[in-house]
Design a protein around this ligand. Sequence first.
Ligand SMILES: Cc1cc2nc3c(=O)[nH]c(=O)nc-3n(C[C@H](O)[C@H](O)[C@H](O)COP(=O)(O)OP(=O)(O)OC[C@H]3O[C@@H](n4cnc5c(N)ncnc54)[C@H](O)[C@@H]3O)c2cc1C
Length: 259
Amino acid sequence: MILKRYIEEHTNTNFDVIIIGGGITGAAVAYTAAGRGLSVALFEKKDYGGATSAATSKLIHGGLRYLANMEFKLVRESLQERRILGNIAPNFVYPLPFLFPNYKRWKGNMWKMAAGMFLYDMLSYDKKHTWDKSKQLPNHKTISFKKTIEQEPNLIKKDLRNATVFYDYQSIFPERLTLSFIKSAAEYGAKVSNYAIVEDFVYDDENKISGVKVKDLILNKTKTVKGSLIINCGGTWADKILNMASKSKNLTHKVRRSE
Ligand SMILES: Cc1cc2nc3c(=O)[nH]c(=O)nc-3n(C[C@H](O)[C@H](O)[C@H](O)COP(=O)(O)OP(=O)(O)OC[C@H]3O[C@@H](n4cnc5c(N)ncnc54)[C@H](O)[C@@H]3O)c2cc1C
């Protein structure tokens, strides 16, 4: 399908949902909302998926490390979403094995590792429920010293006991995954525009936000787009968007960015 830039043709539609930001969060929200029959407009100031969503470690993981913080609900949710991606985007996600060498000097962590692996398997008990068999992830397994060295000959052999192998998905092109969500949202009727920056909010008579001012960065025109609900999917810029909204109330929100 041809992905039209809606902002060029906007006149006076009032949307159920306006989404600011066309990274994976905005794209997935647009897909979900449009798929449920809501009228949706999405604005992205650069290109879809061109910011953080293009610069990930390329993993679709369940968050194994969050188990150490006892965040079981979060891990279960992530593992469910991992499986869902295996079902709805099989062309973008692929099983990726990890090999975790167990050395004698890590004695204290062995039980923690075993418990973590057991839980990761338990919390993803439905990981084999994918229509595409090649997306079915196996449970973790422990492999012998010999097999570990066969798999990774460059590992330091001294004190090596064995290794744990577990699986997540790899998503090699997260920006293309994002674009596919945008395109599916558009197929459900969402109106999407890239190179369209939200510069301000508009307010109704009761001083409630009722829309956004969007600058079309290609045609250099600013338009007002009305909506009942506005969702901030601005990622790292979320604080700037919040500050734009709370300008009149003198609030300051800050995202702490890594250097
Ligand atoms: C180094 C690193 C590695 C990571 N690895 C992984 C991984 O392996 N697996 C994983 O699942 N997650 C990973 N993450 C996390 C993941 O990348 C983010 O959670 C995700 O990309 C966030 O998506 P987003 O849509 O919220 O933000 P973004 O992708 O940043 O999208 C926000 C969008 O909003 C737009 N925008 C901002 N302000 C405006 C405005 N005023 N008007 C219009 N548009 C606006 C921006 O241009 C941007 O495109 C990683 C993150 C980092 C930093």
